[in-house]
Write a protein that binds this ligand. Structure first.
Ligand code: ATP
Length: 797
């Protein structure tokens, strides 16, 4: 059913919610969603109808050789008919030849149809596995991975950077300061556009002007927001375009490999056709005999019967020689291979990638989540003591997201001093993660790093005995309770209630930090920052001491802090730095989007400057254990002669420690010439870079930015390597496209990365890449054997 045309862009958000009979924070109930689905259908574009059987059958005969055979069979039939009349043979004996040819043609057609439908079925299965998901609010709670096809008008959806917009939507609220969308595919605008919540006061306007609307198929470039679905399926703007140009879905049918094989098949057909013609012509003596008594050029006898006999022989030779089934067999081989790979959690999006995977010589992998489990837990943290020469290091137990699993050594309801309070506050407020229970397991919603920080805040408890007692008596039960499986984090809530979040400067991989501007009841605005230790520390000028005073960071205190971080990271801990800023200049009275300073928040290029002159607070070291199976996968790569390069955004010594843990390097190996930061490597001369990349064994690149990934792929490709590269973020997309096999993460990867990739890892696991390469190699060698067999057959006729 068609949705009612409702100009959501020109109405207030409240009006839209009322129109769709839904509340923010609650969403639709499952029952309402079901009712609406019955009314509006699924959120999907109309599928192109498959080819009808009669077309499939006809298609099997649309081939030069088959046509020649058909003519041969027809001639043979006519001859048999004439011969039968003259010789008096039994009917069946006479028609054996045309019958055999017809039977071969029929078997060929049946096999062709079977192969084609089989390959198509395998492709359809893959497409459904690549289904997109959305984070949707239903029955008062967020479902993180509802298949996008199940969305209905009125659904409340949360979108984050890198998401593909799953339906047409009206923005309800922004949860970051800026929100930009790449919608060039729909509107042709070359640059990403800024979106907001204010209605456009025109009932009829162009798509470009609808600033509070998001359109299906476009992608979020930065920011996050909460929206209401207004149109789904064919009623979306992209659906309207599809209705006008319905041939769009034909795209993927002819893969480059299939095309190449078709060309090869045609070339072979022509070559063999010529050879057969020559063979037939060479036999001319058998059907043309010259008069020996009166020899002259025109004095000969022609036997039509023998002529057609030799014609039939030539054509039959051709049938045996031409590997007509080659393209179909190869496509089926690849399509079935992708099915096998999908069972092993590797979803191949483009068929020829199976073949490329088999030839891979270098795998460039991320660290976090691919080589490691991405199950973060805080292991250690430190802040500065009462003077610049003292550091207090605390050890934390527990490796799960259960806040009651373990505690802090020697803590025991400690009265937190000012710097510990500052650390707990930043961990709780500068954070968008949550924790929920899945049976006995505690799981993270949002980023695992942030969820681990929330668990730390719970383990730290509240600032002092006075607060704890007051809280115990009044606001909370001072325990986490379970509501809709969401674990209530009381200490985190206590911190967040004390500060009103005004704006969030979201995390990006270049500046490697994120921050929030908050308003405290004391009446001033503060900036709370967390990020990669180096990024936060280099932008800090002061440090907070345990009594709350602030001291200038001098050389010796810098050295002391850095050596403590070095000790932490060499144990493989991921080190995050924490800082804040009180004097916010033009943001000191910032209160909403209408404030004059807001326009600076719209451009993320301004964020490093806003996050400068910070007061450093402390460091948290998180443990992210390597996956068990990676060790063996690395060993397999070594045996198969595949080089493994780790390209991570993490710190150098953390990355080196993890690489040693997974046995990419042995404990005794010196990492000289094997470990570089992205910047260090890029400043080396090109010949030295090539020398490093061509050495056998692994290399690790730390603190790498997305553009470094592209440079490394380019270099490797120039050296003739076949590169498989992993990625998950929006700005990994160019490197994924550039690599011979771009591999996106299925769980943590953004839609943009998935769209750019050739293969998606359903489990984000490095060992899955290795098994996919092994499978690819097996398929590749099978295909080679088949082609060799086919060409031997065709050349040996
Ligand atoms: P990989 O590149 O191997 O996936 P990574 O997660 O360490 O590893 P990035 O995602 O590029 O790489 O992150 C770079 C650094 O930024 C991290 O090492 C961490 O110190 C910091 N970081 C990660 N997530 C956040 C966050 N949500 N807020 C603040 N800082 C973060």
């Amino acid at each position: 059913m068609e949705e009612k045309p409702f100009p959501a862009w020109s109405r207030s958000m409240e009006h839209c919610l009322k129109e769709h009979n839904v509340k923010l924070g609650k969403g639709l109930s499952s029952f309402e969603a079901e009712e609406r689905r019955e009314m509006y259908g699924w959120n999907e574009l109309k599928k192109e109808k498959g080819k009808p059987l009669w077309r499939l059958i006809l298609q099997q005969f649309d081939d030069m050789l088959i046509k020649i055979l058909l003519v041969a069979a027809f001639i043979s039939f006519v001859l048999a008919y004439l011969e039968g009349n003259e010789s008096g043979h039994t009917e069946l004996e006479v028609y054996v030849e045309p019958l055999v040819i017809f039977s071969i043609l029929m078997i060929n057609a049946v096999v062709g149809i079977w192969q084609e439908t089989n390959a198509e079925k395998a492709l359809e299965a893959l497409k459904s596995m690549q289904c997109e998901y959305a984070k949707v609010q239903r029955d008062g709670r967020y479902i993180p991975d509802l298949p996008a096809r199940e969305l209905v008008p009125g659904d409340i959806v949360e979108l984050r950077v890198g998401d593909k917009v799953p339906a047409d939507m009206r923005i309800a609220t922004l949860t970051t300061s800026s929100f930009r969308v790449e919608q060039s595919s729909l509107t042709g605008e070359s640059m990403p556009v800024i979106k907001g919540t204010s209605p456009v006061l025109l009932d009829d306007c162009e798509l470009q002007a609808k600033d509070c609307m998001l359109f299906a198929g476009t992608t979020v470039v930065n920011g996050s927001c909460i929206c209401i679905v207004t149109s789904i399926g064919m009623n979306t703007e992209i659906g309207k375009v599809q209705a006008q140009i319905s041939e769009a879905s034909q795209d993927e049918q002819d893969t480059p490999l299939t095309k190449k094989l078709d060309e090869f098949g045609e070339m072979l057909t022509t070559a063999i056709g010529i050879v057969c013609l020559v063979v037939w012509a060479m036999n001319y003596r058998n059907f043309i005999t010259w008069d020996s008594v009166n020899p002259s050029m025109w004095n000969f006898y022609f036997s039509f019967e023998k002529c057609t006999y030799y014609f039939k022989i030539a054509v039959t030779l051709a049938v045996a020689a031409i590997p007509e089934g080659l393209p179909a067999v190869i496509t089926t081989c690849l399509a079935l291979g992708t099915r096998k790979m999908a069972q092993k959690h590797a979803i191949v999006r483009k068929l020829p990638s199976v073949e490329t995977l088999g030839c891979t010589t270098v795998i460039c992998s991320d660290k976090t989540g691919t080589l490691t489990t991405n199950q973060m837990s805080v292991n250690e943290f430190f802040t500065v003591g009462e003077n610049l020469s003292t550091i207090r290091v605390f050890h934390v137990d527990g490796t799960t997201y259960n806040p009651k699993d373990g505690g802090i050594s020697g803590w025991c309801n400690r009265n937190m001093d000012e710097s510990l309070q500052a650390l707990a506050g930043i961990c709780a407020i500068c954070n968008d993660a949550g924790i929920y229970r899945d049976g006995y397991l505690f799981r993270a919603t949002g980023l695992p790093t942030e969820a681990a920080l929330k668990v730390l805040v719970e383990k730290m408890g509240l600032p002092g005995a006075k607060v704890r007692n007051r809280i115990r008596d009044t606001e909370f039960a001072f325990d986490f309770s379970i509501n809709h499986n969401t674990v209530r984090l009381d200490c985190c809530e206590w911190w967040t209630k004390r500060s009103k979040r005004l704006a969030a400067l979201e995390f990006d991989r270049v500046r490697k930090s994120m921050s929030v501007i908050v308003h405290r009841p004391t009446g001033s605005n503060h900036l709370l920052v967390k990020g990669a230790f180096e990024s936060v520390f280099e932008r800090s000028s002061h440090v907070q001491l345990s009594d709350g005073s602030v001291a200038l960071l001098d050389e010796s205190s810098k050295w002391l802090i850095m050596s403590n971080v070095q000790a932490m990271s060499s144990k493989g801990l991921r080190c995050l730095g924490f800082a804040f800023k009180d004097d916010l200049g033009e943001f000191s009275d910032y209160n909403s989007e209408t404030h004059p300073a807001h326009k600076r928040l719209l451009d993320p290029a301004n964020y490093p400057e806003i996050e400068s002159n910070l007061i450093f607070v402390g460091v948290v070291g998180l443990r992210d254990p390597p996956r068990d199976e990676v060790h063996k996968a690395i060993e397999d790569c070594r045996c198969a002669g595949i080089k493994v390069m780790v390209i991570t955004g993490d710190n150098k010594s953390t990355a080196e420690a993890i690489c040693k843990e997974i046995a990419l390097f042995s404990d005794k190996t010196s990492l000289r010439g094997k470990s570089f930061t992205g910047k260090e490597f890029m400043t080396l001369p090109a010949d030295q870079q090539m020398e490093i990349l061509s050495k056998p064994g692994g290399v690790v690149f730390s603190r790498a930015e997305p553009r470094h990934k592209q440079d490394i792929v380019r270099l490797l490709k120039d050296m003739g390597e076949i590169v498989a590269m992993t990625g998950d973020g929006v700005n990994d997309a160019p490197a994924l496209k550039l690599a011979d096999v771009g591999i996106a993460m299925g769980i943590t990867g953004t839609e943009v990365a998935k769209q750019a990739a050739d293969m998606i890892l359903a489990d984000d696991n490095f060992s899955t890449i290795v098994s996919a390469v092994a499978e690819g190699r097996a398929i590749y060698s099978n295909m080679k054997s088949f082609i060799r067999w086919a060409s031997r057959n065709s050349s040996g006729f």
